[in-house]
Structure formats: structure tokens, C-alpha cells
Design a binder for this molecule. Structure first.
Ligand code: BTN
Length: 244
């Protein structure tokens, strides 16, 4: 179970807080809310959603699943930054609060030892509202076959911090970074904690896939790669790291 009062005890931001034992998806719920700002948390999701229409495995008791609904007057200009800023907020929290070494895989996954520990799904609600959905594998759980070799967790079965503390810490971090926009100095942190720069990657953009070396991240958060036929800049899509 996730304790609402424990989140509230640690949270600095004063916003409506919804906590569920189970919900279809915290992003789907947050998108329907009337409020400009809200935090939606669940102990389990029956239809957790990932990027590119994928499912996000969300078992009970071991993970963190939450969504921050935010209002931003310059949403369209800020969308690329909201995505990268969210990974900076999670990375800083995992490093500082959980004292665990991790890296950011473009565009906004958090990795520990070459395995994914957290994923982020940002969705636009309307001209001025967005939801930022964050999933973190907190404790070890029995993973389905397709995730066994690619996912990991922050802790095994005990932890020096609680799930509630981490949720509050990340949410406050998100607010802090969002309130500084259009200051995007967090991009320096993003770049210096990237695990893709200098690495061989498989790029998948729509129907196309090609091998390349990741060389840079633009100030807007796009990935610059050196492919066989020249430099390309990817503003969306997906990459797979070639760990070898
Ligand atoms: C990804 O890795 O593809 C993104 C995963 C995002 C998962 C989170 S869990 C909380 C929120 N609710 C959802 O349905 N998805 C996001």
C-alpha cells in the first residue's frame, strides 16, 4: 500500500493528491482531472502505458507509478524540455536520495548497469496542460520473460528510503525545474549524465532503423548521431544501446 499521509508529509508542493491501490493508468486518470496541478499515485496499474503505445508492467507493492499534471502557459515551446527535465528530476532523486548510481538513456529512461529502472511518459492534455507519468521499479519483482534481461530495480527487498519519500522528492524536483523554465540549464546535467554519448546505437525512427554513433545532444534535447551516410538529428524515436 502507498500511504497518502506519508507522501503529504514529505511533499513541499501544495497540490491535490490522489492515491489509489489500483487504477488503470495514473496518466489516464490525471488527464481527465479538472485541476491545473495534481499528483496521482497508484500502488498498481492494470493498464500502465509506456512510450510508443507499449504496455508498462506495473505490479503491486514493488513499483512507483505516479503522474504530475501541470499547467504551463508556453507548453508548446516547452514540451521538448519537459520530457528531458523529467528524466533529470528522477536521476537527481535516485542519485541523491537513494544514493544509487544511474544514467539517462535518451530520451528519458533511467538506467542502472545497462538495465532500465525507470521510464517516463509525457502527454499533452490541451494547449496549456500536460501530464508527466513516471514509473520506477523500486523493489525487485518477478519480471515477465520479455523484461528479465532488460529491466532492474533500485533495491532488492529493503530500502533506506520509502516509496512515498521518493515520490515526494521527484515531484518537488519536477516543480522546481518546471518553475525555472525557460531556464534550461538542467540540459547540462542531462548531457553530463547521458549514457549514450560516444556509444554505438541502433536508431529506430518510424519504419526506418539504422546503426550509428551518438555524438551530441542539442540544446533542445534532440540526439545527434553519426550514421554511415552522415550526421542525423533525431528529435523523436527510439534508440537501443549496443552494449559490447
Ligand atoms: C516508458 O518507459 O515507455 C514510459 C513508461 C511510463 C510509465 C508511467 S507509470 C505512471 C504513468 N502511468 C502510465 O500509464 N504510464 C506512466
Amino acid at each position: 500500500m502507498i500511504s497518502k499521509s506519508e507522501i503529504q508529509r514529505h511533499l513541499t508542493a501544495s497540490i491535490p493528491l490522489y492515491v489509489f491501490d489500483i487504477i488503470d493508468s495514473t496518466n489516464s486518470f490525471a488527464k481527465k482531472l479538472e485541476e491545473d496541478f495534481a499528483l496521482v499515485v497508484a500502488d498498481c496499474q492494470s493498464s500502465g502505458r509506456g512510450r510508443l503505445g507499449r504496455e508498462f508492467y506495473s505490479p503491486k507493492g514493488s513499483g512507483i507509478y505516479f503522474t504530475l499534471k501541470v499547467k504551463n502557459e508556453n507548453l508548446y515551446q516547452n514540451v521538448p524540455f519537459i520530457t528531458t527535465l523529467a528524466s533529470v528530476a528522477v536521476h537527481q532523486a535516485v542519485k541523491t536520495l537513494c544514493n544509487t548510481d544511474c544514467g539517462i538513456k535518451w530520451v528519458n529512461d533511467i538506467y542502472i548497469n545497462n538495465k532500465k529502472v525507470s521510464g517516463i511518459l509525457c502527454e499533452i492534455v490541451d494547449e496549456t496542460h500536460a501530464v508527466i507519468g513516471i514509473g520506477i521499479n523500486f523493489y525487485k519483482s518477478a519480471l515477465p520473460e520479455n523484461l528479465k534481461n532488460i529491466a532492474t530495480s533500485l533495491f532488492d527487498d529493503t530500502s533506506p528510503v520509502t516509496r512515498e519519500e521518493l515520490i515526494a522528492y521527484v515531484a518537488d524536483n519536477l516543480f522546481r525545474l518546471l518553475s525555472k523554465l525557460p531556464d534550461t540549464s538542467f540540459m547540462e546535467y542531462y548531457k553530463s549524465n547521458s549514457i549514450v554519448l560516444g556509444k554505438k546505437v541502433l536508431c529506430i525512427t518510424g519504419e526506418q532503423s539504422f546503426e550509428a554513433t551518438a555524438t551530441d545532444i542539442t540544446p533542445q534535447g534532440a540526439l545527434v548521431v553519426q550514421a554511415a551516410d552522415g550526421m542525423r538529428t533525431l528529435s523523436s524515436g527510439e534508440i537501443t544501446l549496443r552494449f559490447s
